[in-house]
Design a protein around this ligand. Structure first.
Ligand SMILES: Nc1nc2c(ncn2[C@@H]2O[C@H](COP(=O)(O)OP(=O)(O)OP(=O)(O)O)[C@@H](O)[C@H]2O)c(=O)[nH]1
Ligand SMILES: [Mg+2]
Length: 425
C-alpha cells in the first residue's frame, strides 16, 4: 500500500508508542513526520511499560485495544515510534488487519517521497536495502507462511535469491553513489584551490536552513513547513566583504536519525566535515528544553559525520515568532551548547548583518606582509588583485617599494605571496 494513498483522500494513520515515560516530543515528532507525508494522524496510543512485549511490542490487551481503534477509526496504517522486528510487524499486521511500520521505515518513506534527483533516489534506495538486509531471511520466511498487509509480493522470492538480489543491487547502487561523491569531491577541491570559503548550513529539519540560503543568496529553493524538504545539498555563491563563499544547504537532522540514512547520505553529510564554517540552525520559537534537546542531537550528528573541530555559529532562527525576552532567555539558557550565538529571522532578514559579520570573523584568515617593487610592469595587476581579494591592514608606499600588511583567505594570500616571490626573484 502506498503511504500517501492513490486517491486524493489522505491516508488515515494511527500512531503508537511504547515507552517507560510519556515522551511528548517523540509523539509530536511522529505526528510531524506523518503529516509531512500528507497523511492524517487519527489517534495516538501510548502505553507506559518497562521493556516491550516480544510478540506485539504492546501488551496483549493493548494490542487488542489497538485493533479495535483501527477498525473504529478506519485507520489504514499504523506507525510505531519503537523499532519493530519483522515478526513483530507480521504479528501486529495480523492482529490489526492493516499495514504496520516503524519510525525508521516512516522516515525512509518520507525520504523516498522527497527524493527528486537521481542521486537522492539512489541514496534512499541504498538506505532501504540496507534496512531490509538484516531482516531479509525472516521477512521471506514470514511472507511464505501467510499473506499479511505489508508483506505482499515477497512470497515469490526464494530466500537465498532474495538476499543475493539485495546484495547485488546494494553493490550497484553504492558504486553509483561513490561516483557522484568523487565528482563532488573534486569539484570542491577545485573551488578551494580557487580560493572559495566553504560554509555549510546544518541543523534540525524544518529549522529554516533553506530559507536562510535563499535570503542570503537571493535564491528560490523550495521551502516548506514540513520535515525533510531538502535532501540534496545545494550550493550558492555568497560574497561577504571581500570573501567569496560557497554556501551549502544540507539534509536536516532528526533525533535518532536512522544509521542506515546516515550511511546512505554520507556523501551529502560530508559537506559538513569539510566545511570551513558551519551555521547550525535552531528554531528559537520552541520551548527551551526542546532547543537543548535539538542542539544535543545536532552536535551528536555533527560528531558522527566527522565535522569535529569545524567552527560553529549557532543561528537562532525565527525570532519574528517570539518576543525578545524569550530569545534572550534561550540564548542565555543554552550558552554551554551554543557557540557564537546569533539570533536572526531568515524570513524577515532581522540581524542578518550581524550574522554576516560573525561569518567573516570566523572564516580562516591569513595575515601577510607583502612587499612589491614599485616599478615592475606586473605590480599594478597584482596590486589590483590584492585590493579586490584582501583587507589591507596597513599600506606604505615609497618610490621603490610598496609594503602592504594584508589579511584574507589563506589560499588567496598564498597565491599572491607566490606571485610576489616570483616578481622579486
Ligand atoms: N516565521 C518564520 N518562519 C520561518 C523562518 N525561517 C523559516 N521559516 C519557515 O519554516 C519552515 C521551514 O523552512 P525551511 O527553510 O524549509 O527549513 P529547512 O531547515 O530547510 O527544512 P528541511 O529541508 O525540511 O530540513 C517554512 O515554513 C519557512 O517558511 C523565520 O525566520 N521565521
Ligand atoms: Mg531545506
Amino acid at each position: 500500500m502506498s503511504l500517501v494513498g492513490n486517491s486524493s483522500r489522505p491516508v488515515r494513520v494511527g500512531i503508537v508508542l511504547v515507552s517507560q515515560r510519556v515522551d511528548r516530543h517523540r509523539v509530536m515528532e511522529l505526528r510531524g513526520l506523518v503529516e509531512s507525508l500528507g497523511c492524517t494522524p487519527v489517534f495516538v496510543l501510548v502505553q507506559r511499560r518497562r521493556g516491550v512485549d516480544p510478540r506485539y511490542v504492546l501488551g496483549r490487551g493493548k494490542a487488542e485495544e489497538l485493533a479495535k481503534l483501527v477498525e473504529e477509526e478506519k485507520v489504514e496504517l499504523v506507525v510505531f515510534g519503537n523499532s519493530l522486528s519483522p515478526s513483530q510487524v507480521f504479528n501486529l499486521a495480523g492482529v490489526t488487519g492493516v499495514e504496520v511500520i516503524d519510525r525508521t521505515q516512516l522516515i525512509l518513506r518520507l525520504f523516498a517521497e522527497r527524493a527528486e534527483t537521481r542521486v537522492a533516489k539512489l541514496q534512499v534506495e541504498y538506505a532501504q536495502l540496507r534496512y531490509m538486509l538484516p531482516h531479509a531471511r525472516e521477512m521471506v520466511r514470514l511472507a511464505k507462511r501467510e499473506e499479511r498487509p505489508g508483506f505482499k509480493g515477497l512470497g515469490r522470492y526464494e530466500v537465498d535469491k532474495y538476499v543475493h538480489d539485495i546484495h547485488r543491487r546494494m553493490v550497484f547502487v553504492r558504486r553509483k553513489i561513490e561516483k557522484e561523491r568523487k565528482t563532488r569531491g573534486s569539484r570542491r577541491g577545485r573551488h578551494r584551490e580557487k580560493g572559495y570559503d566553504l560554509v555549510a548550513v546544518a541543523g534540525y529539519t524544518n529549522s529554516g536552513k533553506t530559507t536562510l540560503l535563499n535570503t542570503l543568496t537571493s535564491s528560490n529553493k523550495p521551502v516548506d513547513n514540513a520535515m525533510f524538504t531538502t535532501l540534496r545539498p545545494t550550493t550558492r555563491r555568497l560574497e561577504i566583504g571581500k570573501r567569496k563563499i560557497l554556501l551549502t544547504d544540507t539534509v536536516g537532522f532528526i533525533d535518532e536519525l536512522p544509521p542506515v540514512i546516515i550511511e546512505a547520505f554520507h556523501s551529502t553529510l560530508e559537506e559538513l566535515a569539510i566545511a570551513d564554517l558551519i551555521l547550525l540552525m535552531i528554531d528559537v520559537s520552541e520551548p527551551i528544553h526542546e532547543i537543548r534537546r535539538k542542539l544535543r542531537v545536532s552536535h551528536k550528528i555533527l560528531g558522527d559525520t566527522g565535522a569535529v573541530g569545524v567552527p560553529i555559529i549557532t543561528v537562532f532562527n525565527k525570532t519574528d515568532l517570539v518576543d525578545s525576552n524569550h530569545v534572550d532567555a534561550v540564548v542565555e539558557g543554552v550558552r554551554d551548547l551554543a557557540p557564537n550565538p546569533t539570533p536572526i529571522s531568515a524570513k524577515t532578514g532581522y540581524n542578518l548583518e550581524e550574522l554576516r559579520k560573525t561569518i567573516l570573523s570566523l572564516l580562516p584568515q591569513q595575515t601577510s606582509l607583502i612587499t612589491l617593487p614599485a616599478n615592475h610592469r606586473e605590480t599594478l595587476a597584482i596590486l589590483s588583485q590584492i585590493y579586490d581579494e584582501m583587507e589591507i591592514e596597513e599600506a606604505c608606499y615609497t618610490p621603490e617599494k610598496i609594503n602592504l600588511l594584508v589579511k584574507g583567505c589563506p589560499t588567496r594570500v598564498n597565491r599572491v605571496e607566490k606571485m610576489v616571490a616570483k616578481l622579486n626573484s
